[in-house]
Design a protein around this ligand. Structure first.
Ligand SMILES: Nc1ncnc2c1ncn2[C@@H]1O[C@H](COP(=O)(O)OP(=O)(O)OP(=O)(O)O)[C@@H](O)[C@H]1O
Ligand SMILES: [Mg+2]
Length: 354
């Protein structure tokens, strides 16, 4: 085996390994799933009543940002129903035939998981409407006036769709889901629980204050929490005999350019460009994305929701605007007319004009 081959396979192994770890850390049952209390309770009811009636549950749509647990929940749904699951994604369903091939081979009660469902092609989407509602599809044979539609029955199944952009789903599709689960960012306490659970699975001792340090920098996202935990573990193995402390965690995360508020390179690039190149905005999404060499969708889906939640960026009808807090976060003085600079300040009882 040549040296290059070795390097390549070592690389692929490392990446495969990371993905394996991510899969190993996924909660398998609904009760192991941390946070999202409302979604969990709603979903639990949907599943329990379906089990009681011995019928496949309503179709479920999960919407929320990357890494918040959509795929994890889809797998949990199948497990809780003791049903097989078929996994595909919107971009893989380019032609109606791609979807027909899957639908026609589903077994009764099977869960069909379509990830990135907002990226499905139109013809497949229209076929899906019919399948969701009537459990049949029309296979069109031939073209033009001679074309005929051959109806084909589909076994009753449960569709689980996941999307980071629910707004892009056409209404007819959205309306055919019986239950929509909105996944939100996790709070610090929930992320700490995710971290403790993962640390236990990785055989890593994680003190409470170290977990808090990592949780605070995880952008409200379990996937990021787990990823940062692995970087902290690496750092500890090499630099501190595998012992994780709060200082070790902080040093590791500083090394990986995750700042104290959890902003990573992309977040800071967005803010720096917004302040440095556009004077704080307003600036359009695509202009901003071009300025940092990213796709608009990446900026919109990955960076912005977190920046908005942290009160660092605002989406206005005229474009993206940095708030006064953004200037402060990057160590700059906000201009007097900075967006959000006029936040009402409670000066107490006796500080007002006499
Ligand atoms: N509620 C949770 N409790 C514990 N771990 C979680 C939870 N949600 C997500 N995770 C962890 O985060 C990782 C990412 O979750 P998942 O793959 O389900 O995200 P996703 O929403 O499907 O993301 P994407 O939009 O990128 O596909 C999982 O490997 C899992 O270990
Ligand atoms: Mg996913």
């Amino acid at each position: 085996m040549s040296f290059e081959r070795d390097l390549v396979s070592a690389d692929a192994d490392a990446e495969g390994d990371e993905r394996l770890v991510e899969a190993a850390l996924r909660p398998k049952r609904l009760e192991e799933f941390i946070g999202q209390a409302r979604v969990r309770e709603q979903l639990s009811l949907v599943l329990q009543s379906a089990l009681r009636r011995n019928r496949p549950p309503d179709h479920v749509l999960m919407s929320g940002g990357p890494g918040l647990g959509k795929t994890t929940l889809a797998l949990i749904i199948a497990t809780e129903l003791s049903a097989p699951i078929r996994i595909t994604s919107g971009p893989a369903l380019e032609r109606a035939g791609d979807l027909a091939a899957i639908l026609s081979t589903l077994s009764e009660g099977e869960v069909l998981f379509i990830d990135e469902i907002h990226r499905m092609a139109r013809p497949a989407e229209e076929m899906l409407y019919l399948a969701m509602e009537d459990f049949r599809v029309d296979i069109v044979v031939g073209k033009g006036p001679g074309a005929t539609a051959i109806p084909l029955e589909v076994a009753p199944f449960t569709l689980v769709g996941a999307t980071t952009r629910a707004g892009l789903l056409p209404a007819p599709l959205r309306d055919r889901f019986g239950f929509v689960a909105h996944m939100d960012f996790y709070d610090a306490g929930e992320l700490e629980r995710v971290l403790h659970r993962s640390a236990a699975l990785l055989g890593l001792e994680l003190p409470g204050d170290a977990a808090r340090e990592i949780a605070g920098r995880s952008r409200g996202t379990p996937r990021i929490a787990n990823r940062l935990l692995r970087r902290v573990r690496d750092f500890a193995e090499v630099r501190s005999d595998g012992v994780v402390t709060r200082d070790v965690a902080a040093a590791a995360l500083n090394l990986y350019e995750v700042d104290a508020e959890g902003l990573d390179r992309l977040d800071r690039a967005v803010l720096s460009a917004l302040l440095g190149k556009f004077g704080g905005g307003p600036v359009g999404l695509s202009t901003l994305a071009v300025a940092i060499g990213e796709e608009p969708e990446t900026v919109e889906v990955v960076a912005e929701p977190f920046l908005v939640r942290q009160g660092l960026l605002a989406r206005t009808p005229r474009g993206r605007v940095a708030t006064a807090a953004a200037w402060v976060h990057l160590g700059l003085t906000p201009p007097p007319d900075a967006f959000g600079a006029q936040v009402p300040v409670d000066l107490g009882d006796d500080s007002g004009p006499a």
